[in-house]
Ligand binder design. Sequence first.
Ligand code: FE2
Length: 557
Amino acid sequence: MITLGFNYSQMHDSSACIARDGELLFAVAEERISRNKHDAGFPRLAIQACMDFAKVGPKDIDFVCQGWPEPHRVFTTDLKCMLRGQYPVNYPNVLNSARLFASMAHQNGGFNLFKNYFGETQAEMRFVDHHLAHAISAYSYGGADKAAVVVMDGRGAWEASSIWYGHDGRLDHVMTIPWPNSLGLFYAQFTQYLGFVPNSDEWKVMGLAPYGSPGVNLSEFISVTGEGYTVNAPLLFDRSNGTSAIARRLGPERTPESEIDDSFKNIAFAVQDACEAAMISLVKLATQKTGCRNVCLAGGVALNSKANGKIQALGLVDHIFVQPAASDDGVALGAVYAPYLDRGGRLPMKPMRHAYLGPEFSDAEIEKALVTYKLRASQVRDVAVTAAEFLANGKILGWFQGRMEFGPRALGHRSILADPRDPEMNGKVNNAVKFREWWRPFAPSMLKEAASEYLEHACDSPFMILTNPVRPEKRDIIPSVTHVDGSARPQTVEKEIEPLYWNLINEFGKRTGVPVIMNTSFNLRGEAIVNTPTDAIRTFFSSGMDALFIGSYLVEK
Ligand SMILES: [Fe+2]
């Protein structure tokens, strides 16, 4: 059976994936191909890439599943919330809801576009509830038979957070906290207040938070109890007289790109603190209600690696799996398995050990791109050894190898790499390559074998989605990947899963005594991570990187 899953809500992060007989073959976000970050358009390019990879056409597909429900479900939720006073009745909101409904209804949620672009198909077209798709994406790829599943995001059609009990390849719905009582909404509104882009730059608030101090009271906006949380959505939405309620209480909004004074840092601290408390409360609730301490998380809020690390460190759970494409790109991973629940069936249980699910380019294709750009490149016998030497000599490298990662993190296939021992390296990479804010931390990739030597509460962490404290005695050894609060967001690299990247880190370790490297995504600020060799070459020459290891080729400046 061939199933195709996609995410298309017209909100953000459209994506697609394809599975054959329950085996996930390929997954890619539309933004990586279209080069439009967080692309919310119909994932036409992503779907085509899925079919190309699987060597199938639309006629071969049995199910096409969209991780978003029928168009009227969002519209009726919006109207109900307006009538109840939970969502302001104003011109932009009414217009937006109506426009979205009209557009999605006209396209039949994207299925009409599928037929227009790809032609006739016998495939059954199916809507999958958004949080169910998120929940499947956490449970099926977590791989444990019994699991408490928690989904937290900005919104589904009607859901904000939900708890599920996964067992025997099935998912029992336990409870839903309805939109707009939404942690994602809470975090996004403050992200905007702090001068960043909501539903995109929440990372920046999380990175800024440790620079702040406690003391800001957000209890009017969110309260956390043992039974979860309550977000005061009407107040968060309130923009009477053109000023947000947040600004009326906490002072004027920060102008984007302006200096960040202490008051904004303190607000970021309070926002992160409240979010962590709410997530911890939800996870506790999920373990109580299901009697299961094996926890799987998905939904955009689950990208909060700081909170995830705390959940793990607090001992609330025996095991935590956070699906690495936790935001809406990952919804496709759930939608693609939804047909397996038919007639009492069981979901495929496929523990996710890596996220290298995207496109790959051969040396011949890479060479073609190098020739097109008339670049001098040399072929390297052992890229891991040569790259390790470059890194140990302080070079900043572009590293383009194998299949692209699915999800927001670069995990050693589309990465910019540097030496984490140099305390100046954070600033060098920020200024010369990423052109991004000074406070945003870089993350380490380390040999799995070395994790407990460098980290407290070390565990298998292949997806950079859990934050751990760096051991105090190691903080000066890897200063460039240790955040101001002494934490790091590690990727532990296993030889069996990713031998080339493991070898590179191992070779660096042999030369320096430190089997840890700095890894950040291969993109410039505000751009999607590179996908093709051409993307990589363009980014390399638009930045201060010293060398590019692309397939077996080395390009130097
Ligand atoms: Fe979502």
